[in-house]
Design a protein around this ligand. Structure first.
Ligand SMILES: [Cu+2]
Length: 152
């Protein structure tokens, strides 16, 4: 078959457009998947269940009782580890994203079955914001963060 030059150009243009749409589509797909993963990673419903995260070759499960998690209430924080053990007991820092709330550290004591427990209070923020960040640190391994809204 013989095509005129203009037909060839039109064909090339259509192929380019299809490729372009395909590339943009897959970039968006991956960006959305990554964003979703980040959200699910950071936002966990601690009011319903415990939250598990991976940190290098460990998994860290955080649970807070009683539920729902309220400000100005005595709370029990429980961290369960699997995988590599930290050289010292893990500890928790309570803070708010983008706000300096001072030092609010919960020290954890070992309990049975790779569990660590400690008590603490999430204070009421004068700004009225309710979003808190629980940072669990495994000495020598790293820190994971759990972000959620406390109940007033
Ligand atoms: Cu605050």
């Amino acid at each position: 078959m013989v095509f005129s030059n203009s037909t060839k150009y039109r064909f090339a243009l259509i192929v380019l457009l299809i490729l372009y749409a395909f590339v943009i589509g897959s970039i968006r797909h991956y960006a959305l998947a990554e964003q979703k993963e980040k959200e699910s990673d950071l936002k966990c419903d601690i009011h319903q269940t415990s939250c598990t995260k991976a940190l290098s070759d460990c998994t860290i499960t955080l649970d807070i009782e009683p539920k729902p998690v309220k400000a100005m209430t005595d709370l029990t924080f429980e961290v369960t580890l699997s995988g590599r053990k930290p050289i010292k007991n893990p500890y928790i820092d309570l803070g708010m994203p983008g706000m300096d709330m001072g030092r609010n550290r919960v020290t954890l004591q070992p309990a049975e079955n790779n569990r660590y427990k400690g008590k603490g209070i999430i204070v009421r923020c004068p700004s009225g914001h309710r979003t808190w960040k629980v940072s669990v640190t495994l000495p020598d391994i790293g820190t994971t963060e759990y972000i959620f809204d406390v109940v007033y």
